[in-house]
Design a binder for this molecule. Structure first.
Ligand SMILES: *Cc1c(COP(=O)(O)O)cnc(C)c1O
Length: 411
């Protein structure tokens, strides 16, 4: 007997009425008319708000929540989130502009990323945001910029810890990495920050992304706090900010289940009193991207052709990997798996079948769903890819093959 086929976690965040998905209370078919064209991304602002509330409910009250803009830089989304969260994390001067356009206080914006240019550093210094230093060279360059402009740049040190976040979709620490400064070199760097007269704010320790296991996240948080306490002994000024990263994942693929955020909060709370005692001025920050916006977004495209090739059904759509690289399996996946995909205007459908959803590009990589069980779809029907609110449009090769851009709406 075969083991049961793993299934996708239920996508219950979008209600279904008369077999049609509803986004922000609007039937998907009507939303498509309102947008005026397909393909498009739709983000549900109510779901984003709920997500922040969920985190506030389960994480200790003193934790500050930051949004990592790279997950979804659509200005309307960032504007919506800005008053709900405690800070914004940017990874380019472009993202910095989007962050500052919200009216947020510059001291609540931090800028991480290897390879910041002098022009970007100068913009950050002028804005008064916190720069997470990724190397000794970057530290010297920002100090020179500060001296040249008569300002005292606000800096934090991004640390490459000597551990990694286990079972992460993307590891960003441990061993040799392009991110941050190796933990063992940080004490010497802190002494130099003091000599240079930089305005030292604290540490940024980000160990991984897309993790669905509360115990793995908590283990990394415990080690992060331990490391910060050791490094703090060398700090040139009181540690005011400790960004312990995030890594909270969302279920994308069959067999995956939602992260138990209650367990994360319950295990984080007891770590804080000792930290506060040793570093009384410290503000602990958790920075999240996909967990805040990923489940609130859909990618919607329309069936242009329905083809049967040697018994296999292909739904050819006007959307594809040029708008949604991640759903095609080409954004960091080792083995291609299907995102949750449904026919948005026939969710259950009268008839069901197995089909592959492909895009218009002349490459076999342009695959949005591979041999998936779904409602039987016809030309004109709307195909929906769930879990598309993060790393969607902005993480896709939109110029590839020169098809029209996707629209984006916040509903
Ligand atoms: C990408 C990134 C994030 C966001 O990761 P998610 O998996 O979307 O939560 C947070 N912090 C840093 C430093 C990042 O590079």
């Amino acid at each position: 007997m075969n083991a049961p086929r793993p299934v996708h976690a239920p996508m219950a965040q979008f209600p279904v009425i008369d077999d049609c998905l509803q986004v922000g209370g609007i039937p998907l078919t009507r939303l498509a008319q309102r947008v005026g064209r397909t393909p498009f991304y739709a983000y549900d602002r109510g779901l984003i708000t709920q997500r922040v509330a969920l985190l506030r409910k389960h994480l200790p009250a003193e934790i500050h929540l930051h949004y990592a803009i790279k997950a979804n830089p659509m200005p309307a989304v960032v504007q919506h989130l800005a008053p709900l969260i405690d800070g914004l994390d940017v990874a380019s001067a472009g993202e910095m502009r989007v962050a500052l356009d919200t009216g947020i206080a510059p001291g609540l914006v931090s800028f991480a990323g290897p390879g910041k240019t002098d022009a970007e550093l100068a913009q950050a210094v002028a804005a008064g945001i916190i720069v997470n230093l990724e190397s000794e060279h970057e530290m010297e360059r920002i100090a020179a910029l500060g001296a040249g402009s008569g300002t005292r740049p606000r800096v934090a040190v991004r640390v490459n810890p000597d551990f990694e976040l286990k079972s992460s979709g993307m590891k960003m620490s441990g061993g040799p990495k392009q991110f941050g400064v190796d933990a063992e070199r940080v004490p010497a760097m802190l002494a130099r920050i003091g000599q240079l007269g930089l305005d030292f704010q604290g540490f940024h320790i980000f160990s991984g992304s897309q993790n669905l296991r509360a115990d793995a996240i908590c283990e990394a948080q415990r080690k992060t706090i331990e490391l910060a306490l050791q490094l703090a002994e060398h700090a040139p000024a009181p540690v005011r900010s400790l960004n312990i990263g995030g890594g909270f994942g969302i279920p994308y693929f069959p067999g995956e289940q939602a992260l138990d955020i209650g367990a994360v909060g319950a295990q984080l709370a007891p770590l804080l009193p000792r930290l506060k005692q040793r570093l009384p001025q410290v503000q602990v920050v958790v920075e999240l991207g996909r967990f805040l916006v990923g489940e609130a977004g859909l990618y919607v495209c329309r069936v242009i052709d329905r083809k049967i090739s040697r018994g296999h059904v292909f739904l050819v759509t006007d959307g594809g990997l040029h708008h949604h690289l991640a759903a095609s399996g080409n954004f960091g996946q080792v083995i291609r798996k299907n995102y949750p995909v449904v026919v948005g205007n026939k969710v259950a459908g009268r008839e069901r079948e197995r089909a592959s959803v492909v895009g218009p590009l002349c490459t076999p990589l342009d695959l949005l769903a591979d041999n998936m069980e779904m409602a039987k779809a016809d030309v004109g029907d709307l195909i929906v890819v769930f879990q598309s609110g993060a790393y969607g449009l902005s993480a896709s090769p939109t110029a590839f093959l020169g098809h029209p851009a996707a629209a984006e709406v916040l509903v």
